[in-house]
Write a protein that binds this ligand. Structure first.
Ligand code: MN
Length: 298
């Protein structure tokens, strides 16, 4: 190999830890979750990602009622729901809503405040079935925390898919960019979010920016990272800031969520459904919610 080719190889991103779910609990009565961020002990190292709940996979029998979580507020960040199995219906105080199913993503910017409900979709509830998804909370920079709420439904066929070299699998770009292909999500700070499927016995290389907070969450399968460490189902691999390149080798067919974002270097004050910069702003958020300023479901 000539010198030019050698120097073009990016430095490897060091794997600094592999984490298991910190807690397992129900969100409302319809979403059994394993909490990875912040429960696994990974918190501000992953800014702008504030929370990662892995919902299911779990089989629900038919129900008369739509299980889930009723009317509740959010302020100061975005909730991103990525569905793998099952159907979820959403309705909020701005009058928007919709149903998302396998492959779809809902990117809701709560910003100054929203009240919403998240339920098993009616038909899905009536028939029963497997539910599997991820809910991610993405922080907003101070300048956008009190901006107008926004709602993006990113349906499966609008999310571009790149076939990986050598039939290694496929990568769907939800947000950010991969090899010149951009994802549909509009974000307030630089974020790359990929849904990656790797085939057993194959490997792929990803390049993500130096200085971004980067992690890989394994939903299913088993992957060896950078030729050394094995990451299994429901584990989160955290990378260091230096270097750009990672090598993922699937030992079994694997489904992974790749998260990489530019850190938001601002103080975080969080309480339940509100994430602001100061304690005073949290108090204000609670008061505004109580006073009905975040609206109600009609
Ligand atoms: Mn919510």
């Amino acid at each position: 190999m000539n010198q030019h080719a050698t120097s073009a190889v990016a430095a490897t991103k060091e794997l600094v830890g592999v984490y298991q779910a910190g807690s397992q609990h129900m969100v409302g009565d319809g979403f059994p979750v394993r909490n990875m961020i912040p429960g696994a002990g990974v918190d501000e190292q992953l800014s702008p990602f504030l929370l990662l709940d892995y919902m299911g996979p779990e089989h629900f029998p038919p129900t008369d009622r739509q299980l889930g979580v009723g009317e509740h507020p959010h302020r100061g960040f975005e909730t991103v729901t990525i569905m793998y199995q099952g159907m979820v219906a959403h309705r909020d105080s701005t009058g928007t809503g919709g149903v998302i199913g396998p492959g779809d993503v809902q990117w809701m910017t709560a910003a100054s405040g929203i009240v919403h409900e998240e339920l098993h979709e009616k038909e899905f509830a009536a028939c029963g079935g497997m539910l599997e998804g991820v809910q991610l909370w993405v922080n907003l920079p101070r300048a956008f925390k009190m901006s107008k709420p926004r709602y993006q439904t990113l349906v499966n066929n609008e999310i571009p898919t790149v076939d990986l070299a050598g039939g290694a699998g496929q990568l769907r770009i939800i947000a950010g960019e991969f090899r010149g292909v951009s994802g549909p999500a509009k974000t307030f700070s630089p974020v790359h979010l990929y849904d990656l499927r790797l085939k057993a016995g194959h490997q792929t290389e990803l390049t993500l920016p130096e200085g971004f907070n980067t992690s890989v969450f394994m939903l299913r399968g088993q992957v060896v990272i950078n030729g050394s460490q094995t990451v299994k189902e429901a584990e989160l691999a955290l990378f260091g800031h230096t270097g750009e390149r990672m090598v993922l080798e699937a030992k079994e067919n694997a489904t992974l969520l790749v998260l990489s974002g530019e850190p938001i270097e601002e103080p975080i004050a969080r309480y339940g459904p509100f994430v602001m910069n100061t304690r005073e702003e949290l108090v204000q958020a609670a008061q505004d919610y109580q006073a009905g300023k975040m609206g109600h479901l009609s």
